[in-house]
Design a protein around this ligand. Structure first.
Ligand code: AMP
Length: 507
């Protein structure tokens, strides 16, 4: 009788009186208080008819009760399905129709719409949960008779997370108890998390980074977190002195560096800053080291695989790299088309295998089959290489590769050269339909304030730096690059915006 993930998390509770979560206003939630709610919510789910394997879809704002709901699903043997709060009702229809949850939790303000939708789809009990203990869920659960922890094996599903889906429909990545547990255990060890740790948590918890990497690691280490509803540089600056560690997406670090109050003294008690979910510019890494004396530890992972690689805790954290495969994770580089495994140093698609890798896409057996090699390696779609010291470098997504006149251009190589030009803050290189070349290399550039830099300056600065076919044919300037909540540049948005650039007759 056991529940693979929940038992491990419950066994790691250090002391029920210890603070697990501190909120921005200083409110402290002890382990005991949180796990009492977990028990109550899990029992309520069971009373409402949720049986093992049922999906529980949750689209709510971040709160400690939301974290309890995740753990309650695991305890009840359900499959937790968090949804980005940015999805409007119209998009929710796809997720609810696809995942067929038997229980849905939404924000109080969207309750009427979600109830209507679920009634129409013939699905699910609907409850709501707000950020101040409001909504129907907590009240409904209050009198649920406590039920025992539900048995679940290592291979049973604990969660389904939909991928951000910049091309085509979002896919539901099925994550097992062992996927989540094994990865969190490895990270606790690799990054040396202990009960002494206080993690500054400003990430959303509908995504793998804030939910699994951050929360599961702290729970298994028996540590504490300062839980902020979202990233706010002033709040982070105010609260950092109370923390020992912070996990972030690169934009958080960029914003902190822009904050006048972000000083070396403020980070004195921090032992670890990690970055992931999007590439951290080498320049940000260096600027951060100069300001604080801390080398940000960059790691690489994805919804489907949890974390794959990490820079070392001891040893060189090299800017622009994502470090080594984590213990238990095998990583190789293969030819994008043929799948032939490439020798060290060559650029190709990264493939991974290990206990961290998901079970497949929900109700998409063909898609799942297409993304795994016969020997069990998952084709990540990220393009990169392994250097002579074993560090993994990512050069971009395979689908962002630009093919121009039959030549492959890796955007990162061009972006790195553009970013080095005086007056450039950052850039994104994309391929756009081109009548002669198939795709035309195109750069979208953010200039420093007041920089006197034009299209011709960028093109001529690259003339001796890059082969002709890699040089952008057009350069556009923008105030900022479009990014999603995790800080990823949305190249699909840029491709749409500039789609007609090379059409015959275009100016
Ligand atoms: P998600 O599933 O939303 O976590 O997105 C995963 C994708 O984010 C990966 O496939 C990579 O393309 C990208 N990613 C995550 N971490 C890094 C990193 N450290 N450097 C570059 N890209 C990253």
């Amino acid at each position: 009788m056991s529940n693979h993930l929940f038992d491990a998390i419950a066994a790691a509770i250090p002391d029920r009186g210890k603070t697990l979560i501190e909120l921005g206003d200083g409110t402290q939630i002890s382990y005991g208080r949180l796990f009492d709610l977990v028990e109550r919510l899990a029992s309520h789910l069971i009373r409402a008819g949720v049986v093992p394997g049922d999906r529980v879809a949750v689209q709510v704002e971040k709160s400690w009760e939301n974290l309890a709901l995740y753990l309650a699903c695991v305890r009840a043997g359900a499959v937790y399905l968090p949804l980005n709060t940015a999805y409007p009702l119209a998009e929710l229809e796809y997720f609810i129709g696809d995942a067929q949850p038997s229980f849905v939790v939404c924000r109080p303000e969207s309750e009427a719409g979600v109830r209507g939708l679920c009634a129409r789809l013939g699905r699910a009990t609907v409850e709501s949960l707000g950020t101040r203990g409001d909504g129907t869920l907590l009240a409904a659960a209050a009198d649920a008779p406590i039920r025992p922890v539900v048995d679940r094996d290592a291979e049973d599903l604990a969660a389904i997370l939909y991928t951000s889906g910049t091309t085509g429909r979002s896919k539901g990545a099925m994550l097992t108890h062992e996927n989540l547990l094994s990865n969190a255990q490895v990270l606790v060890d690799y990054w040396r998390f202990t009960g002494e740790d206080v993690l500054l948590h400003a990430l959303p918890i509908f995504h793998t980074h804030g939910l699994f990497v951050a929360s599961n690691v702290i729970l298994l280490a028996g540590g504490s977190m300062i839980f902020l509803p979202k990233f706010d540089a002033d709040e982070v600056v105010r609260l950092l002195p109370k923390a020992t560690s912070m996990m972030a997406v690169p934009t958080f670090y960029v914003r902190l560096l822009e904050h006048p109050g972000f000083t070396r003294a403020l980070t004195k008690h921090i032992r670890l800053f990690t970055s992931g979910s999007a590439p951290l510019l080498a320049e940000t890494h260096r600027a951060f080291s100069e300001r604080t004396g801390h080398a940000i530890l960059e790691r690489y992972g994805m919804t489907e695989t949890n974390m794959n690689t990490s820079n070392p805790y001891d040893g060189d954290r090299i800017p622009g790299t994502v470090g080594f495969p984590l213990p238990g994770v095998e990583l190789r580089v293969a030819d994008v088309e043929s799948g032939r495994v490439l020798p060290q140093g060559e650029v190709g698609v990264l493939e991974v295998r290990g206990p961290n890798v998901f079970k497949g896409y929900w109700r998409m057996p063909e898609k799942t089959q297409a993304e795994f090699r016969p020997d069990g390696f998952f084709i990540t779609g990220d393009v990169g290489r392994i250097d002579e010291r074993g560090y993994v470098h990512i050069v971009g997504r395979a689908k962002d590769l630009v093919i121009t006149g039959g030549y492959n251009v890796y955007p990162k190589e061009v972006e790195t050269e553009i970013d080095a030009i005086a007056g450039v803050v950052e850039s994104a290189v994309i391929g756009l339909p081109h009548p002669d070349f198939g795709e035309g290399v195109t750069a979208v550039v953010v200039r420093e304030k007041g920089a006197n830099l034009g299209e011709e300056d960028v093109i001529s600065a690259l003339a001796d730096r890059l082969a002709k076919f890699k040089q952008p044919k057009r350069v556009f300037f923008v105030d900022e690059l479009p990014r999603n909540t995790m800080g990823k540049v949305q190249k699909n948005v840029l491709r749409d915006t500039y789609a007609g650039t090379y059409e015959r007759g275009a100016a």
